[in-house]
Write a protein that binds this ligand. Structure first.
Ligand SMILES: [Zn+2]
Length: 416
């Protein structure tokens, strides 16, 4: 009897799990596992540095979205690790960015059989070929304040392997406006890019560093598109028509990216995907902020520090986000589908924001669940070829084009 009950309970649990998490058909699994899957945004380096987290550790999904086992289960082929520096750490931007870059290299060095640093589109292909494909490990700077208004530092970051830079994070810097503080009267804005900001974009083109327009204000976005000689990326942004958040892109912006031949990599954060979630998230903001401030004060007192590490705060933020029901898995697919319809299937990809967000849609707990995206896209009528483009092909096309533009700009035409 007891065994019978256990079985019934187990089956009921299984059914409940299946109801929330879409199953993956063998056809989808085969397609997914044969595709090059590229994700352009994970904040895991904060964990490397603050928690001493190792990619070889298997993390519960409540703690982390990405580790080597999850990457393997999700056939993640290339990850762009975010080099993000807290804007209040003025005077330490470049140094902290260097520490994060070092933490990524150290992970690759610790797991040479499973990870390899990659600096070009060819490196990504090389990492994925052979009998034992490895995770192609790349880096993108999130927030142009990291270069401390210095093109020399920008070039140094390129030399260290950084292959994209998000012009701003949520903070407006001294040369580009962000979408995150446009209504803050205390912030000095520039109506988009300053002349130096334009130089930054041109230098990125010359170096072969992808220009990332996630987080920037709409004006910065349009100005960047008029001056960039190479296609741009939005490394982790979703569609504003489906969820009215300034971090998301309007249909007009999506069409502009299509004309630029760039790519918009969809962010998986529940608050960027689902309007209901966003409304609830905004409603709880005063209470949440008060709780976080109280936590920060306590932490600083108890640990005798001036800054609270990102990881310490993330746990509390996750608790608050967990009070709001997760949006359905289909909300993520809706955004991919919308961008594919408005901009075209050549201009959409995946920019998870793993380990940087506090809530993901139902059934999407970590990188191990990436095959469910393939399954859902096939069910919506996308062809295998289109699915391959979304999973990584589109980003690879843009990366190659950025490399070509750089090559052309650097080639000195010698007279015969
Ligand atoms: Zn971000």
């Amino acid at each position: 009897m007891r065994n019978y009950l256990v079985t019934v309970l187990l089956l009921a649990g299984l059914a409940a799990a299946q109801a929330t998490a879409p199953a993956v058909s063998p056809q989808a699994r085969a397609l997914h596992n044969s595709a090059l899957v590229v994700d352009t945004h994970a904040d895991t380096p904060q964990r490397f540095l603050d928690e001493g987290f190792d990619m070889g550790t298997v993390t519960p999904v409540t703690e982390g979205h990405l580790d080597l086992e999850k990457a393997r289960a999700g056939n993640l082929g290339a990850e762009f690790f975010a080099i993000w520096v807290e804007p209040s750490w003025k005077g330490q931007y470049a140094q902290h960015a260097m520490q994060l870059i070092d933490s990524v290299y150290e992970q690759a060095a610790k797991h040479p059989d499973q990870m390899v640093m990659a600096f070009s589109s060819r490196d990504i292909l090389a990492a994925r070929s052979g009998k034992r494909p490895r995770l192609a490990t790349l880096m993108g700077i999130e927030g142009g304040h990291a270069i401390e208004n210095d093109l020399g530092l920008l070039r140094d970051f390129y030399r260290l392997g950084v292959r994209y830079m998000t012009l701003t994070w949520s903070n407006t810097n001294e040369w580009a406006d962000s979408s995150g503080d446009l209504n803050d009267p205390k912030v000095a804005h520039h109506k988009g890019l300053t002349p130096f900001g334009k130089e930054v974009v041109q230098e990125m083109n010359r170096l072969g560093m992808m220009v990332d327009v996630s987080h920037v204000s709409d004006r910065t976005f349009y100005q960047t598109l008029t001056i960039s000689r190479a296609p741009v990326i939005a490394s982790h942004s979703s569609a504003r028509a489906l969820n009215n958040h300034p971090r998301n892109m309007t249909d007009d912006m999506l069409r502009a990216v299509a004309r630029n031949d760039g790519v918009v990599m969809v962010n998986f954060f529940s608050a960027f995907l689902d309007q209901k979630f966003l409304d609830a998230y905004k409603a709880q903001k005063p209470e949440r902020d008060a709780a976080i401030t109280a936590f920060e004060e306590k932490y600083k007192r108890e640990h005798n520090v001036t800054f609270v590490p990102y990881a310490a705060e993330a746990a509390l933020e996750k608790e608050w986000a967990a009070k709001i029901p997760r949006p359905p898995f289909s909300s993520l697919i809706d955004h991919i589908d919308h961008i594919a319809k408005v901009a075209g299937v050549d201009h959409v990809g995946l920019g998870s924001d793993f380990d940087g967000v506090t809530s993901l849609p139902e059934g999407l707990d970590s990188a191990a669940d990436l095959p469910k995206i393939t399954d859902a896209l096939l069910k919506r009528g996308y062809t295998p070829e289109q699915v391959r483009k979304i999973l990584g092909g589109n980003l690879m096309r843009v990366f190659r084009q950025v490399e070509r533009v750089s090559h052309e700009m650097q080639t000195v035409k010698l007279k015969p």
